[in-house]
Each structure stands twice: as structure tokens, then as C-alpha cells.
Design a protein around this ligand. Structure first.
Ligand SMILES: [Zn+2]
Ligand SMILES: [Zn+2]
Length: 241
């Protein structure tokens, strides 16, 4: 309730639609997604030339599925992504995560919403890849949770930000090889036992900001399916190597 009053007030004092979220050029408030026309054109939107399993954009030498999907076992049913993780996209995600720009969540979720609308996915529940609690407290927010919440509102679907939990502060994945990543994630996630019945036989849309090897969403999906979910789809803002 309070949020309903405070949000429009904040929007009056700090309008989020005056400047492009990437290049900071002034924009007309009617521009969708808070991006200027130039930035809408330079973002690398993921089209149908993407992996039919994980949704990652494909390269010339790929066929129907990407290299990772041809090697690794994917637990989730399918993944979708919105943009290719290039320089501009990386800057945007970086600002969102480390630049204290939590309001990007709403904007990026709007883009993800339009992406998932074009797919025939009818999710019963939206979940976010959880962050280790102490880490979330340090950062002030979990960017995946902000995306999931805004997306759930757009889709008019229920969401939960604490049903799926992260039990260990895993090491950063970027420096690890495939086997190490898997080990690093063993036992990292669990479903709240008291509420596990909620996900029995339902379709879950799992949300994260970036998809690289997919090992994190894979580990989450495994736990969700073991707890009784019938299918897990993954939606991310950006994906790439
Ligand atoms: Zn711009
Ligand atoms: Zn793939």
C-alpha cells in the first residue's frame, strides 16, 4: 500500500524517464524503457538466431544449440534472453549491480517482459536466483530479485523472493572452469521446506540478470525440480560468453 503512494511521489521528485539510462542524453518521457533512440538501436537484441535450449545468441559455427548445451546437461526446460552480453549491455548491467542504480530493475524488466511475451510460456510462479543474505545486505539489493518482482507485476503473476534460498556464499564463477563451477554450487541452493508444497507440479519462471555458462540457473533448476516443480524456464536480461 505504502509503495503505491511513495512510488509516484518519488517519480515526481526524481523522474526516472528524463535521461537515457545508458548514455544519459535527455529523452522525451514517452520513450519506452528509458533508453534514447540511439541506444535502442545499438543494443544487440537477441532474435530467433539463438540456442533452442538455453536461449544464448548463436555464433556462425553453431547449429541449433550452442556449444555449452551440446556438452552439459541442462536441467531447465528452456532459457530465454533479451540482449547479447556485449560492451554496452555489460555497462548497463554493471551500473545496475554496482552503481547503486536499483531503479534500472523496472526498466530492464520491461524489456524482459516484452521478450517473454513472444514465447508461449505460462508460468505459475516467478522466482529470482537468490543472493547470499549477507552479500545482499552489503549491496543493498539483489538485482535478480528486483527484475523478478517487476517482471511478475508486468505479467500479473505471483512471485516469491525467499522460497528459493542460497545457503553458501559461493566463489565468483568467472574465474572457474566448468567442473569447478559445478563443485562450487553443490548444496548452494535449497527450497524452504515449510513451503515446498507451493511448487508441486507448477511451472516456474526463474529470473536472473546474466546468463554465461548457465551453471547457476542450472543448479537452481535442479533443486526446484527435485522439490516437485513440473517445469522450469529461465529468463535473463543478457546472455553471452
Ligand atoms: Zn542513450
Ligand atoms: Zn545453449
Amino acid at each position: 500500500m505504502l509503495e503505491k503512494i511513495i512510488k509516484p511521489l518519488l517519480e515526481l521528485i526524481f523522474p526516472s524517464n528524463i535521461y537515457c539510462i545508458y548514455c544519459e542524453r535527455p529523452i522525451d518521457s514517452t520513450m519506452p524503457y528509458s533508453l534514447c533512440g540511439h541506444c535502442v538501436r545499438i543494443l544487440q537484441w537477441v532474435d530467433s538466431y539463438s540456442c533452442s535450449k538455453c536461449g544464448k545468441p548463436l555464433y556462425n559455427y553453431d547449429r541449433d544449440i550452442c556449444r555449452d548445451c551440446s556438452i552439459y546437461d541442462r536441467k531447465f526446460n528452456r532459457g530465454f534472453t533479451t540482449v547479447r552480453y556485449g560492451r554496452v549491455e555489460r555497462d548497463i548491467v554493471h551500473q545496475f549491480k554496482y552503481g547503486d542504480k536499483s531503479y534500472y530493475g523496472e526498466k530492464l524488466a520491461q524489456l524482459m517482459y516484452e521478450r517473454i511475451l513472444s514465447e508461449d510460456i505460462d508460468a505459475d510462479l516467478i522466482l529470482a536466483v537468490p543472493m547470499y543474505k549477507q552479500k545482499e545486505r552489503r549491496r543493498g539489493y539483489n538485482q535478480a530479485a528486483l527484475l523478478a518482482r517487476a517482471l511478475a507485476r508486468n505479467l500479473d503473476k505471483p512471485y516469491s523472493l525467499d522460497l528459493l534460498m542460497r545457503n553458501v556464499d559461493t566463489r565468483p564463477m568467472s574465474s572457474l572452469g566448468a567442473e569447478e563451477r559445478k563443485k562450487n554450487l553443490e548444496g548452494a541452493f535449497s527450497v524452504d521446506k515449510d513451503r515446498a508444497h507451493i511448487i508441486k507440479n507448477i511451472t516456474i519462471l526463474l529470473v536472473d540478470d546474466i546468463f554465461t555458462t548457465g551453471s547457476t540457473v542450472n543448479a537452481c533448476s535442479e533443486v526446484l525440480l527435485e522439490s516437485g516443480a513440473s517445469s522450469v524456464y529461465v529468463l535473463t536480461f543478457a546472455a553471452g560468453a
